[in-house]
Design a protein around this ligand. Structure first.
Ligand code: ASP
Ligand code: MG
Length: 464
């Protein structure tokens, strides 16, 4: 298998840009080569993480980089708890916020000498949510969620920028909300691409004249009224892809706590191997089926502009990890994706009159309305079964909305196992000690919905 070093592949991709698309245009890519780096929460979970980011960036001092960063470690989860507690008015909100503050100030103490300016900057950032929390909760939960939860990325990007300046790396902090314009679907905002693209070019160009690296936030954007939005959980990869697309980046690099894209989750499986190369199509399929290594929306913008994506280990910056590009004829070993917490909903009508199409379209409309993600489905003459992520309040709402015409029975505590490029041996292994409730085979993919069965063992002294 051919294996291009990162920079050679960069060169080949840019060569195509020059030759095919960009001749004579004022495309920013002609003037400078921009790479987009993304560091997730796990890469910046503590002082060592920030130091490691500094070490990686030292290797790229001459490059023009957009550095997209997520909130530190589990900060987003902690901020979600703040929002919940604020709405519940359960008196816990101050303690929850205090803990988040302590984590950030502890980090600052570890990274910077005493009497630094960083503490004030971070304090000011926290004040923004303290103001919100002093008022009674706004009626729109999702709107408030975005105003509060987005602080996580503001904090981490500010600390990272201060830290890189402290290391004398030539960086500037950039507010991504001046670039990424979205609609007002809070918690799942949609990008307004044409404005975002113009903003990206106009905003970064003068900064890149002075600085080599621009540090900015993943996951967030802004509406035309300047309210903050978020792009959906784990959305920082998507931010990096948006920036890559809008700036015609030569490559995008996601730095992770794994060697690259693996054939399975190393926390669940032994003997996983790294896939050195993947096509965009394969990456889209894998993320669609729930592989958590990259956010599912990430690939499309990159594929549109043929920008290669590297998934690289942050503990081994010399390694290229996995290269995702427009490779066609690759063959893959079996890749397994496990989605826990699944429910199978069996829906039928009380009068056995299912087949009518309007029933199905109504059920789909309700699934969308209740934000239930359909992972697998099947319909028979009189019933319809669908496998969804178990989100109890959404399932309850769905059942209620179905109304009295329908009956719904739910099987819970299930797992959805997807095997791409399966073979019978692997499939057999996956079924061991499991009850298979649902199985579907396509040419390259098999999916099974299973319940774990306890292994029954005969007693040595049966009591009969
Ligand atoms: N901090 C956000 C989250 O945890 C976005 C991200 O990490 O990509 O969901
Ligand atoms: Mg995160």
């Amino acid at each position: 298998m051919d294996y291009y070093p990162a920079d050679l592949l960069d060169f080949i991709c840019n060569f195509n840009f020059y030759g095919i698309f960009a001749v004579g245009s004022k495309n920013i890519n002609l003037e400078m080569q921009i790479k987009v780096f993304k560091f997730g929460g796990a890469s910046v979970k503590d002082a060592n993480g920030f130091k490691n980011v500094g070490e990686i960036l030292k290797l790229y001092q001459q490059d023009k980089l957009i550095v997209v960063v997520s909130a530190m470690g589990k900060t987003t989860n902690a901020l979600e708890e703040v929002v919940k507690s604020y709405y519940a008015q359960d008196g816990k909100v101050n303690n929850l916020l205090e803990e988040i503050k302590n984590n950030h100030f502890d980090l600052i103490n570890q990274l910077f000498p005493a009497n630094n300016e960083v503490t004030d900057d971070i304090n000011d950032t926290f004040v923004e949510i303290e103001w919100i929390l002093e008022e009674p909760p706004h009626e729109d939960y999702d709107y408030t969620y975005d105003q509060i939860v987005s602080i996580g990325e503001m904090l981490s990007s500010k600390i990272l920028n201060h830290y890189l300046n402290y290391l004398k790396i030539n960086t500037a902090w950039m507010d991504v909300r001046d670039i990424i314009l979205t609609d007002n679907t809070y918690r799942d905002a949609k990008i307004i691409w044409d404005v975002t693209q113009k903003n990206a070019q106009n905003k970064t160009k003068p900064l890149f004249e002075k600085y080599n690296h621009l540090v900015t936030q993943g996951f967030i954007g802004s509406t035309t009224e300047n309210f903050t939005t978020t792009l959906g959980r784990e959305g920082s990869d998507y931010t990096a892809a948006i920036m890559s697309y809008c700036l015609d980046a030569s490559s995008m690099h996601i730095w992770k706590d794994v060697p690259g894209v693996l054939t399975g989750d190393p926390r669940i499986f032994d003997e996983v191997i790294m896939l050195p190369r993947l096509s965009y199509k394969e990456a889209i399929e894998m993320t669609y089926y729930g592989a958590k290594v990259i956010h599912p929306k990430t690939i499309k913008p990159l594929q549109n502009k043929q920008i290669p994506l590297y998934v690289r280990p942050f503990l081994d910056p010399k390694s290229e990890g996995t290269i995702i590009s427009d490779e066609k004829e690759l063959s893959y070993p079996p890749v397994i994706v496990i989605e826990p917490d699944q429910s199978l909903l069996h829906i039928s009508t009380n009068d056995f009159s299912f087949a009518a199409e309007h029933h199905l379209s109504m059920i789909f409309a309700l699934l969308a309305k209740c934000r239930l993600k359909v992972n697998m489905m099947r319909n028979t003459a009189i019933s319809f079964s669908v496998c969804v992520n178990t989100v109890p309040d959404r399932i309850k709402k769905f059942e209620k909305e179905l109304g009295s015409e329908f009956k719904m029975v739910a099987d819970n505590d299930l797992e959805l196992i997807t095997i791409r490029h399966f073979n019978e041996d692997v499939l057999k292994d996956m079924k061991e000690n499991k009850l298979v409730l649902f199985e579907e085979r396509l040419s390259e993919t098999v999916q099974i919905v299973v319940r774990n069965l306890p292994k029954m063992k005969r007693k040595d002294n049966p009591n009969v």
